[in-house]
Ligand binder design. Structure first.
Ligand SMILES: NC(=O)c1ccc[n+]([C@@H]2O[C@H](COP(=O)([O-])OP(=O)(O)OC[C@H]3O[C@@H](n4cnc5c(N)ncnc54)[C@H](OP(=O)(O)O)[C@@H]3O)[C@@H](O)[C@H]2O)c1
Length: 341
């Protein structure tokens, strides 16, 4: 079977297509999956360029979707999902060990494509609990966009928000997380203020349902515009994916008593912020790392009920994984980039 492996020191030029032996037969509690698609996340990019350390030979990519080929002997543990069978269409979990309840240190260990081998492979043998069903009617490519980007947006707004009808949500840029956040916010009946560095992308955001648009290149102090658009009050929720350089604006853009979902690090991991403003505005600043199996199952039901379609920018074959990451690196994409496997 074919798979992609990292060689250290990691870089895009070090992503190697390897033909390896047949996949391992599933043991007790495991399933063998024919992977059909994966999708790129900023996290995967950080792994393949060496910003997040991974073992030599690691198979990258945290997202995977495909069908079950073979089921190993069952193990007698309580499971929150029906037993899998050959032919079932499945999608991966970012945190396989986080099944339910509050996040814990132990639940955050075992991320595919990082701590353990991921989904840039034709076949994987994984514990059944590392997978959920796909939304009915989804293609494998659509399903592969969900485990990291969509679930993070879902948790930020629906679980942790939780966003209410008529509230105002700010989403930043046009990457995977932000476009799912826009879609979930609109499903919840919110008003969405969306930012982008590109006027052309802003027009596409409008077509997706964004109510107000801000070009953060031409308006670097975009919190002022958010204030104007909200009669001086500010937004109820800010989905913060920029990190160090955008948090200052997010704090100013947030209303008193509002909520900032601290998700991304696109502009860096450390910065200068006004802790006094967070305090005086009574802002709830909540760190988010993706979500649990329970969250993913809830999100899938909502996707089905609302016929939500992910925004896919384009597809690359597995063999062109480095080109796919170069496309992501260029920031020309709008939504998710898919790897067909
Ligand atoms: N904590 C978690 O659980 C979690 C989960 C998923 C992702 N993340 C993080 O969230 C961030 C986004 O991830 P992603 O996969 O959605 O990335 P992505 O698809 O690669 O998003 C890139 C887009 O972000 C926008 N952007 C870049 N700099 C920006 C800025 N200063 N202000 C506003 N937007 C900016 C750009 O949009 P325009 O071209 O429109 O300007 C760019 O196209 C990353 O830092 C990632 O690590 C965290």
């Amino acid at each position: 079977m074919k798979q992609i492996c990292l060689s250290q020191p990691a870089s895009l030029d070090q992503l190697k297509l390897v033909t390896s032996s047949e996949p391992r037969r599933p043991g007790p509690g495991e399933v063998l999956v024919r992977v059909r698609a994966s999708s790129l996340n900023f996290h995967d990019y950080a792994v393949v360029v060496g910003r997040i350390a991974a073992a030599d030979g690691r198979v990258p990519m945290s997202d995977g979707a495909g069908e079950v080929v073979e089921v190993g002997p069952a193990i007698d543990t309580p499971a929150m999902q029906p037993a899998l069978a050959a032919g079932d269409r499945v999608v991966s979990l970012f945190f396989p060990r986080w099944q339910d309840g509050a996040p814990s240190r132990a639940a955050r260990i075992g991320v595919p494509g990082d701590h353990i081998d991921g989904y840039a492979a034709e076949y994987v043998t994984v514990p059944a609990y590392a997978l959920t069903r796909q939304p009915k009617g989804y293609s494998h490519a659509q399903a592969a966009t969900l485990p990291c980007a969509a679930l993070t947006a879902w948790r930020a707004l629906i679980v942790e928000g939780p966003v209410q009808q008529g509230e105002v949500v700010v989403v930043q840029g046009t990457g995977g997380v932000s476009l799912f956040a826009l879609q979930f916010a609109k499903l919840a009946g919110a008003t969405v203020i969306a930012t982008s560095s590109s006027d052309e992308k802003l027009e596409r955001l409008r077509q997706l349902g964004a109510d107000h648009l801000i070009n953060y290149r031409t308006e670097p102090k975009w919190a002022r515009t958010v204030a104007e658009l909200t009669d001086g009050e500010g937004a109820d929720h800010v989905v913060e994916v920029g990190g160090a350089q955008t948090l200052v604006q997010s704090i100013h853009a947030c209303r008193t008593g509002g909520h900032i979902s601290m998700i991304g690090v696109l502009t860096g991991v450390e910065g200068k912020i006004s802790t006094a403003t967070i305090m005086s505005k009574n802002i709830r600043l909540k760190g988010i790392t993706v979500g649990s199996c329970r969250h993913q199952l809830d999100m899938i039901r909502s996707i089905e009920a609302n016929a939500l379609q992910p925004v896919i920018d384009g597809h690359f074959p597995l063999e062109r994984i480095a080109d796919a990451f170069r496309h992501q690196e260029s920031n020309r994409h709008f939504g998710k980039i898919v790897l067909d496997i």
